[in-house]
Write a protein that binds this ligand. Structure first.
Ligand SMILES: [Zn+2]
Length: 310
């Protein structure tokens, strides 16, 4: 299974609880993945994906937001040994209603280009929107081969809006135009930041394992001069913190934590190599080393309670 598919499978399992986020995520998936047809002057619509989990998630989001009737077809694609999952929606009044609600069509039933700001005003929705965009039209390389992440679209305004949305979270993408517009990232730090932002913590963890091995191999000479016993201790402590945080995310979600604890947890996932002191400096407002230490202790207690089923 490709790394990209693993990330999509992980993200497809996350279901947003709030209606505002469900709406943002479905809107993004359809915007990336959907195709309109005109049947006797009425709109029909289909989405096509190679990923079964993404198709299931799209169905689920549709059914929690509307009572639309849709059909799921599975086709064996001829060239690749994979299935295509096609959600087909025939013309029906509910289709116009939901597409208008999702800000894909305007009141005059014309396609809206770009992202309507209202959809992504709240941070929770902006994050789920980006997750939806990745599920609908994203790709990420196996980090063992090269660092590359992209979102692809044929709408130039949409490409610019996605770039802006990423910038809101300090992810600086570039765009190049081939046949389509490709919004891409090439730096590991930036790709990791995206994965952590949208909640792909298993992928972050896997990526980090690979990165740690890669960097250890590349830096043998430098390590020779280091106190390796001490270094191992630091690496072990960091891995334990990341495993606590991953456990909390999977068990009760980082969003159940107080803002202060969540900030430290997310910063640790994004910057696994920095010391507690540096981690504190990355927080906003900055924290002292001992404040970071106390929050790590608290995260560890929460994780231990989860482990013991409390
Ligand atoms: Zn929301």
């Amino acid at each position: 299974m490709s790394f990209s598919t693993q990330v999509k499978n992980e993200l497809a399992r996350l279901q947003p609880n709030k209606r505002c986020c469900q709406r943002a995520e479905l809107s993004a998936i359809l915007r990336m993945d959907g195709t309109f047809h005109i049947r006797n002057g009425a709109f029909a619509f289909h989405t096509l994906t190679e990923n079964a989990a993404v198709a299931r998630k799209t169905l689920k989001l549709f059914s929690s937001l509307s009572d639309i009737k849709l059909r799921l077809d599975v086709k064996r694609s001829i060239f690749q040994k994979a299935n295509d999952y096609i959600l087909y929606i025939s013309p029906q009044p509910e289709l116009n209603r939901i597409l208008t609600d999702l800000e894909i069509l305007n009141a005059d039933r014309q396609i809206i280009y770009g992202i309507v700001p209202d959809l992504v005003r709240r941070s929770c929705c902006a994050i789920t929107y980006l997750r939806g965009a990745f599920l609908g039209g994203g790709f990420i390389n196996d980090p063992r081969k090269k660092y590359h992440f992209e979102l692809t679209t044929d709408d130039s305004q949409f490409a610019l809006d996605l770039k802006d949305l990423l910038e809101r979270f300090e992810i600086n993408a570039k765009i190049f135009q081939k046949r389509k517009y490709v919004i891409y990232l090439k730096e590991a730090e930036q790709i990791l930041r995206f994965l952590a932002l949208v909640g792909a913590f298993n992928a972050v963890f896997k990526w980090e394992d690979i990165r740690i091995l890669k960097e250890m191999r590349n830096q043998v000479n430098r390590l020779v001069n280091c106190d390796t016993a001490n270094l191992n201790k630091v690496v072990e402590a960091t891995l334990a913190q990341i495993s606590d945080i991953t456990l909390i995310e999977e068990g009760v979600s980082l969003y159940s934590l107080s803002k202060g604890l969540r900030e430290v947890a997310q910063a640790r996932i994004q910057f696994p190599y920095v010391s507690l002191r540096e981690l504190g400096e990355l927080c906003n407002p900055p924290l002292s080393k001992s404040a970071v230490y106390h929050r790590m202790r608290r995260l560890n207690q929460i994780a231990n309670n989860l482990r013991e089923g409390k």
